[in-house]
Design a protein around this ligand. Structure first.
Ligand code: S3P
Length: 160
């Protein structure tokens, strides 16, 4: 059965998800990478050439294609925007990786994030608009935790 990781850009979904998959002997799927493979381009290019709506349609489709996989699935930060995706995620094991925006801002590279092309401060606005949606899910607070501590906390939640 798949386990979905949701959370803001920079919250560690990909890094932690990859490590978790190895510990749990599951495969690892990164939805953004799947989309890049299908479209044979970068997320940045996709946003600028075909627009966000096109990306979101593809993102929802790719999400649903993971349903039968025994995988840890790292989603893109905006996966919770669509109600259909939230309903899907609620029918599966989904974990919200919470990291305060102040910390996200410190670690994020805006270059490959189309929504931050006008600056990283935009992240505050994005968090304000999305926090209620993320909070509909099981939240794991990763504030001030290093990678090992974060992994331990998530594993505890998964086996609980
Ligand atoms: C997005 C997050 C990105 C990527 C796209 C849109 C968002 O994924 O899907 O740039 O809307 O928050 P990461 O959360 O992996 O950076």
């Amino acid at each position: 059965m798949p386990i979905y990781l949701i959370g803001m850009m920079g919250s560690g979904k990909t890094t932690l998800g990859n490590k978790l998959s190895k510990i749990l002997n599951m495969s690892f799927i990164d939805l953004d990478k799947e989309i890049e493979k299908i479209e044979n381009t970068t997320i940045n290019n996709l946003f600028s050439k075909k627009g966000e709506e096109y990306f979101r349609n593809l993102e929802s489709k790719v999400l649903k294609n993971t349903e039968a996989k025994n995988a840890i699935v790292a989603t893109g930060g905006g996966i919770i925007l669509r109600k259909e995706n939230r309903l899907f995620l609620k029918n599966h094991k989904t974990i919200f990786l919470y990291v305060p925006v102040e910390d996200l801002i410190k670690r994020i590279n805006p270059d490959n994030r189309p929504l931050l092309k006008d600056g990283k401060d935009r992240l505050y606005k994005i968090w304000d608009m999305r926090k209620a949606l993320y909070n509909e899910f099981k939240k794991i607070d990763l504030s001030n935790l290093n990678i090992q501590e974060s992994l331990a906390k998530i594993l505890y939640e998964i086996i609980d």
